[in-house]
Design a protein around this ligand. Structure first.
Ligand code: PRP
Length: 219
């Protein structure tokens, strides 16, 4: 048998929504896949020809871009940040809804006017997207790259503002921050390695199966 097709799925929140979606596509992961305590990284499924790997969201795109995984599930925030030419993102999966927003301490927001910004300092995991967003309206954004816990930056004086994903808003609230601007609405996409799409015939019906699983049945 040929090597199994590898599908890369991000750890964390999206995983919970990804499991029922995979099941609708006819791919039932082994139990350890949804168990965040499991240290395993590669998992079998009900289909002998498909294995899953569980990696960080930004790494899903890296595995797929290099062809180490043929398919992946990843947020549009990651695709926007890296714009990989080897990745094709044909299906909006309608899961992982959140937004990429600018936030700052409530006390600063009370006297701040975003229309008056000309140069701002921002702590973020998304420097490219942030710079592009502000450049488009003539604001220079000096970005300090962090990989997590952006919410600490304002209180510790690293940067007065952050750009981060917001879902329920709880993380911002618990850290005394408020949203002042939305940069992008985010959902998860099915992504493919372009070469795998051309060379592995099995990938095409899989993409169709994902599409059918998320699109409402035609009337
Ligand atoms: C994301 C994001 C925020 C949080 C927002 O982190 O970076 O910290 O979720 O969600 P909320 O609005 O519902 O509180 P995530 O938990 O995905 O983990 P990460 O820090 O590893 O990115």
């Amino acid at each position: 048998m040929a090597d199994p097709i590898i599908i890369a799925v991000p750890k964390g929140r999206i995983l919970e929504e990804a499991v029922p979606l995979l099941q609708r596509v006819g791919i039932d992961p082994e139990d350890a896949f949804a168990d965040e305590d499991s240290r395993a990284l590669r998992f079998r499924t009900s289909r002998d020809d498909i294995d899953l790997i569980r990696v960080r969201a930004f790494d899903v795109a890296t595995f797929v871009a290099h062809g180490a995984a043929s398919l992946g599930i990843v947020g549009s925030d990651v695709l926007e940040e890296f714009a990989y030419s080897e990745i094709y993102a044909p299906v909006d999966l309608g899961i992982g809804h959140c937004r990429l927003s600018v936030a700052e301490p409530a006390a600063l927001a009370a006297r701040d006017d975003p229309r008056g910004w000309s140069h701002i300092r921002i702590a973020t995991k998304y420097p490219n997207t942030t710079r592009r967003h502000f450049e488009a309206r003539g604001v220079g954004a000096e970005c300090i790259k962090l990989n997590g816990a952006m919410e600490l930056a304002p209180v510790l004086g690293l940067a007065p503002r952050i750009v981060d994903l917001v879902s329920s808003g709880r993380t911002l609230k618990e850290n005394g921050l408020v949203e002042v601007e939305t940069i992008a609405e985010v959902t998860s996409r099915l992504i493919l390695n372009r070469a795998a799409f051309k060379t592995r015939a099995e990938v095409v019906p899989l993409v169709d199966a994902f599409r059918r699983a998320v699109e409402p049945a035609a009337a």
